[in-house]
Design a protein around this ligand. Sequence first.
Ligand SMILES: Cc1ncc(COP(=O)(O)O)c(C=O)c1O
Length: 485
Amino acid sequence: MQNTRPIIAWETLLELAPSTADAGRPGRLPALRDRLEHALRDAIADGRLPAGAALPPSRVLADALGVSRWVVTETYGRLVAEGVLDARTGSATRVSAGWADAARPAPRDVARDPAAGVALSPAAPPRHPRFDLRPGIPDLRAVPRSRWAAALREGLAALPDRDLASAFPLGHPLATAAVAGYLGRSRLVDVEAARIVITHGATDGMALIASALRERGHTHVLVEDPSWPRLREVARRHGLEPVPVPVDAEGIDAVRLADEATRTGARAALLTPAHQFPLGVALHPSRRERLVAWAREVDGLLIEDDYDAEFRYDRRPIAALQRLAPDRVALIGSLSKSVTPALGVGWAVLPTWLPLADAPPAPSTIDQVALARFIANGDLERHLRSARVRFRRRRERLLAALAERMPDLPVSGIAAGMHLVLELPPGVVAADLVAAAPDDLALTALSRYLIASPAPEALVLGYGDLDDALVEEAVARLTALIRPR
Ligand SMILES: Cc1ncc(COP(=O)(O)O)c(C=O)c1O
């Protein structure tokens, strides 16, 4: 009988050779097992190994790649445990259906619905509603395009030739130094450039940290309830089961966190201390202390998602939690909320003990030096200053319009960021409003971010990309939807 299965050159499909950058880092060469795992993940993520694709038996793959069978069985085992591969007795190990789709990079237009935590299909036409009140979108009319272009030009012109042939998987030194300076000045982060990894964004940083924790035996991560689904999903995809912990007016409930940690064995927690997403509260100083003490006690890690802390209206921005305990807090951040997600650059500040064997590919060296220039030229901080003024004005206008048209509805989470929470009248269901909204009005229900905790029916209203001239009209449309005559 003829074998009709396509013959796959596994040794070509799964490139195990160390990268140029690995070669330049004595003592840091990732183990074969890690390189195979990376190669498999990459092949799945870019579609070379589609959902359902059968992998060869471990002996066959080991022969093709010239590695021991143990390397292959170990790697298959790890990826099966994470749900990346499916293993069924009597059948080939296959790429899991759900994982293959989720692993593919989200098209950048996901920025239009960043709060959804769901990648839009590339075929789906982007939605550009006139009144876009979804949270998480920065002011796209004010993106400093020409300053970024200048930073790119200058950074590239000054780049030594030899850097054009090297990879910097953990970050180009110019970029890590510039980010260290910026975080020290603006967020009072206690950091040396050597502890910074340049990423494609907070999501990427979370993936990096989750896989490093998994390597160290972590199986769970405590998460705020409500919270942004995308980071929870990334943690799950990298082997950490999210465990919800309720949030109140002082941030995440530290007592419940410790209880849930004891119940599940979790030793890591993902937090938004400066401005809880989406409720908008700041983590109370006593809870900050308590959480740091907990992390020390359990030899654990707090992951600080520092996503829009630059925009604070009632006082100076709150310093990063990382400052309290650099050895117990990893901070993830990006330019997604402060400038635009289209740049695709961010950072992770990591404690020295976290291994980094699984660092995903960094942004291109050219993007990294552009980031370095953008910061060194003062453009990032200039942009943040003017954005703060603009957001403050828009926020006041929005609050005034809400107070005028629906004075009885409680508004919260207004001290910082680019969104607020509007509680709905009794009997009105937020998800129904979202579904009933006309095409030109985009809304998000608070329930979208909830896991298990009860919460009032509310909308999370973003004003980052709302045209100033349209604020009153947007609120009029919203009022007509909430209170139809
Ligand atoms: C809570 C939260 N954290 C972080 C981010 C930024 O994620 P990334 O840098 O991966 O674009 C967002 C973007 O919407 C967010 O809502």
